[in-house]
Design a protein around this ligand. Structure first.
Ligand code: PMP
Length: 501
C-alpha cells in the first residue's frame, strides 16, 4: 500500500481542503503592485524587492558573464550554423546567462568551462549526475563493457544484478529497461491502460514526467487543457488526462469516481514545481482510493530517489503498483527502469502475444542494452549506496540551514524545502501545498537574477526553479560557498547587511 506510517516524511499537518483555489490563495497572500514594481506579502513586515533595481542588477550580471565567457560566446555563435537555436537540446537555452557555458571537463561535484572557470555543480544535469560526474567505478565498468560489446538485443548478466538490486530497493519483483525515464513512464501508462482497459491518466497540476503527451495538461479555471508551452499536442489532453491538485483527496476521489482512470502517475513528492511534500496520511488515503476505484498507482521516483536508496517508496513505506526510475540510475549513461508488482506482471503477461511483442508499443531496439546495464550495475552497487545518501542528505540539511538563515536575515517572504539530498527555495512565505500554489509564487525574473549571480561567482543551480542537488563528492565547503553567494545576493536585493558578515 502507498502509505506513510512508521517512518514519516517531513510533512506539514493536514490543512482543510476549503479555500484551496490557488488563485484565491494568491489573492489573499499577495498583492502585486505593477505600477511600483513591488511584490509583498500583506500583514507581515517583509522586505520588498525593487523591480527596477533588479533589472539593472541583472544587466550588470549579464555584462560580467559576457566579459568572462568569450570562448563560450564564440562556440555559441558557431553553433547557430548547425544547431537549432544554437544548442543541442532546446532546454539548454534556459540557462540564466545570454548563452550557455560550454563545458570542458566535469568530475564529481565540479566542472570546468571552456573559458577556464571552475564551478560547483548543484544542478548535476538535473539529477542525471546525482551520482557525481563520471564516478571512477562507473567509468571503468562502462569502458570495459564498451570493449566487450555495446548493444546486441540479447541479455547480459548485469541485467540480473540490476533487477535483483531494484527488487530489494523498491520491493517490486519485476523489472524492464528503457533508455529514458520518459519512455519508462510511457510504457507504464500503456501497460496500465491495457490491463485496466481504461483510457485516462490522472496527473497532478504542474507535474512533470518527461515528454509524455498525457502529462502535458494543466488546469485552467478548473478545466483540463494543454499546459502552457505544450508544443504540438496530438489531441486536446482533456481527452486523455484528468488533472487534480496534489494534497487534495476530495478532488482525487471525485475524479476516480469517473471509473475511467487507468493509472495515477505521480511523484511521491512533487519536485518539478519546487518541492511539495505530501501531507500526513495523504498517500495512505490516495493508495486506498486508487484501489477502491480500480486505478493503478505509478510512482515516478526519477527525482524522488533523492530521498534515499529506495526513494520515497522505501523511506515512507509506499506500495505503488508500478515504479519508474531514470536519470541517475546509470550515472548519466542513458538508461531507466520500470518495475511492477507480481499481480500487474501476471495481468500484462496474459495479454501479450509472442508474435506481436515487438510491435505492441513497449520496448525499443537499444533498451536494456549491455552498456546501460553495466553502468546501472556499477552505479547501484557502488554509488547510490546508503552510506553515500547519508552524506548527501547531511549536505542538503546544511544547504537549507544556510539559505534559511539568509532569507530570515533579509526579511524576505521566501522558504526553503528539502527532500533527502535535494533542496529548493521558493518565493513564498510558507511551503506550497500544491502545484497551483507553487506556480503562483514563481518569479522568473528574480530566479534568473539569482541563478546568474551564482553562476558568475562559480555555482551552478538548475535552470528550472531553484533546485540544488548534492552528490557524494559535494563538500561542506561547496555548500558554504553557495550560502555566502546567496547571502550576498539577498543583501544586494534588500539593502540589508549580509548574513554571516
Ligand atoms: N520523471 C520526472 C519526475 C522527471 O523530472 C523527468 C525529467 N525531468 C522525467 C521523468 C523524464 O526524464 P527524461 O527526460 O530523462 O526522460
Amino acid at each position: 500500500m502507498w502509505r506513510v506510517e512508521e517512518k514519516s516524511p517531513p510533512q506539514r499537518t493536514q490543512r482543510s481542503t476549503e479555500g484551496t483555489d490557488p488563485r484565491q490563495a494568491l489573492t489573499k497572500a499577495f498583492r502585486i503592485n505593477k505600477a511600483q514594481g513591488l511584490r509583498f506579502n500583506t500583514g507581515v513586515r517583509m522586505t520588498m524587492i525593487d523591480r527596477e533595481k533588479l533589472k539593472i542588477k541583472r544587466q550588470r550580471e549579464e555584462m560580467q558573464f559576457m566579459a568572462e565567457h568569450p570562448q563560450s560566446a564564440k562556440l555559441y555563435e558557431r553553433a547557430q550554423n548547425s544547431l537549432l537555436g544554437g544548442v543541442p537540446m532546446n532546454w539548454m537555452k534556459k540557462w540564466a546567462g545570454p548563452y550557455p557555458v560550454f563545458v570542458k571537463h566535469a568530475k564529481g561535484a565540479h566542472f570546468k568551462c571552456v573559458d577556464g572557470h571552475e564551478y560547483v555543480d548543484l544542478c548535476l544535469g538535473d539529477t542525471g549526475a546525482m551520482t557525481g560526474h563520471s564516478p571512477d567505478v562507473v567509468v571503468e565498468a562502462v569502458a570495459k563493457r564498451a570493449k566487450d560489446g555495446i548493444t546486441l538485443m540479447l541479455p547480459t548478466e548485469d541485467a540480473l544484478y540490476v533487477g535483483e538490486d531494484l527488487k530489494k530497493r523498491f520491493g517490486l519483483p519485476c523489472w524492464q529497461f528503457t533508455l529514458t525515464a520518459t519512455d519508462a513512464n510511457r510504457f507504464s501508462i500503456r501497460i496500465a491502460r491495457e490491463i485496466t482497459q481504461r483510457p485516462k491518466v490522472l496527473i497532478f497540476h504542474y507535474c512533470y514526467h518527461g515528454t509524455v503527451d498525457e502529462s502535458f495538461a494543466s488546469l485552467h479555471d478548473g478545466l483540463v487543457g494543454p499546459r502552457r508551452g505544450n508544443i504540438g499536442p496530438p489531441v486536446n489532453p482533456a481527452e486523455t488526462t484528468h488533472v487534480v491538485e496534489f494534497n487534495d483527496l476530495n478532488a482525487l476521489e471525485e475524479t476516480l469516481k469517473h471509473h475511467d482512470v487507468a493509472c495515477i502517475l505521480a511523484e511521491p513528492a512533487m519536485t518539478n514545481v519546487g518541492i511539495i511534500l505530501p501531507e500526513q496520511g495523504y498517500w495512505k488515503a490516495a493508495r486506498e482510493l486508487a484501489r477502491r476505484y480500480g486505478a493503478l498507482l505509478i510512482a515516478d521516483e526519477t527525482h524522488t530517489i533523492c530521498a534515499g536508496p529506495g526513494g520515497c517508496t522505501a523511506e515512507w513505506h509506499l506500495e505503488p503498483d508500478m515504479l519508474v526510475f531514470g536519470k541517475a540510475i546509470g550515472s548519466g549513461i542513458p538508461g531507466a527502469a520500470y518495475g511492477c508488482t507480481e499481480e500487474v506482471a501476471q495481468r500484462i503477461a496474459a495479454r501479450i502475444q509472442l508474435e506481436d511483442c515487438d510491435v505492441g508499443g513497449i520496448g525499443g531496439t537499444l533498451a536494456g542494452n549491455a552498456l546501460s546495464l553495466a553502468a546501472m550495475r556499477a552505479t547501484l552497487e557502488h554509488v547510490l549506496t546508503a552510506k553515500n545518501f547519508k552524506k548527501m542528505i547531511a549536505l542538503a540539511v546544511r544547504f537549507n540551514e544556510g539559505v534559511s538563515s539568509a532569507i530570515k536575515n533579509g526579511g524576505l517572504p521566501w522558504n526553503v524545502q528539502r527532500l533527502g539530498c535535494r533542496a529548493e527555495y521558493t518565493f513564498c512565505a510558507k511551503p506550497p501545498r500544491n502545484g497551483g500554489e507553487s506556480a503562483a509564487a514563481a518569479d522568473f525574473e528574480l530566479e534568473r537574477f539569482l541563478h546568474l549571480y551564482a553562476l558568475n561567482r562559480g555555482v551552478l543551480l538548475t535552470p528550472f526553479h531553484n533546485m540544488a542537488l548534492m552528490c557524494p563528492e559535494t563538500t561542506e565547503g561547496d555548500i558554504d560557498r553557495h550560502t555566502g553567494i546567496f547571502s550576498e545576493a539577498v543583501a544586494e536585493l534588500t539593502n540589508r547587511p549580509r548574513f554571516g558578515g
